[in-house]
Write a protein of this length. Sequence first.
Length: 324
Amino acid sequence: MNPPGHTPRQYHPRTRLSASLRCFLHLALFLCPAAAAVSCVGHAAEEAPQEGVLVILGTDTLRDDDLARMVPVGLTGDDSIAARRVAINDWLTVRLLESLAADNLPEEDMRRINSLAADYRLGLLVDTYRRRAADTYGGGVPEDSVRAWYDSHRSAMIAERPLVKGVVIRLPSSSPRLDNARLWMRECSEVSIDRIESELMGEAGGYEYFADRWVDVLDLSESVVGLEPGAAVAMQSVPADMELTSGSWTILLHVSDYLAPGNPLPYEYAAPRIAARLDRRTLAQHRRDMTFEQARRRARDGELKIFPEAEEALPFRLVPREGS
């Protein structure tokens, strides 16, 4: 019984959160155990200096659009509010801990961390630039250039391993249509391929049609479980049909064409590889030109100085040597 004048505590039912939000909250609390401490620093909130700004800490600013990327998509109502609060708390906690660590870690540790961060940033910048340059300056090798290169280097473009054309399919060994599949694979006609693709795809564990292009037998042996590289010997007399078993699966392979090692590479097989080679050459030349131009500009502005001991290591000369 409650004593006189006692007001019973009012209990309110907890808002039920979705499973995805509960997982998000648990992960946030696990990653940031100091998050609770941030909520105890007092009411330091001030009116935002501009629209969309939520928190400013030194030179770091958390904005509404930043927060939108931190909160799981699709949350509404109380779930959305709770997730936003966790994200804001997490953002501030990490930066306060960063400041605390920077003030207390030994100088040797800070030098090592700063060096690793600088190396990572440099690598990320260069890698991003190279990918952008590849998109801008690569992928545009004309067909006539590829054909001209192939014609002038035909004698050097020789198949080192067998090349094959054909079809491969993987079916359950218990399939009632396995006998039909064997027949259709042996025929490998247009009608048979249509039946394979219309009637067997629902139970097939894998299928590839390569009767219209050459495939390296080594690549084929990597994609077909149980096919040994030496199996190419059995493919020489085309058409050739092979059947392999892997666990509860049966693999049917039909080889419709075969090119032995030592023969010239067919143009359709060599063309993509030639284009990639010429593409790499174009990109490499572009990088050399842009690197030299950047070095020349920085040297002209007095920002780059190369001394004799380092000059020999560079692939370019900013100032021609006397007599050259």
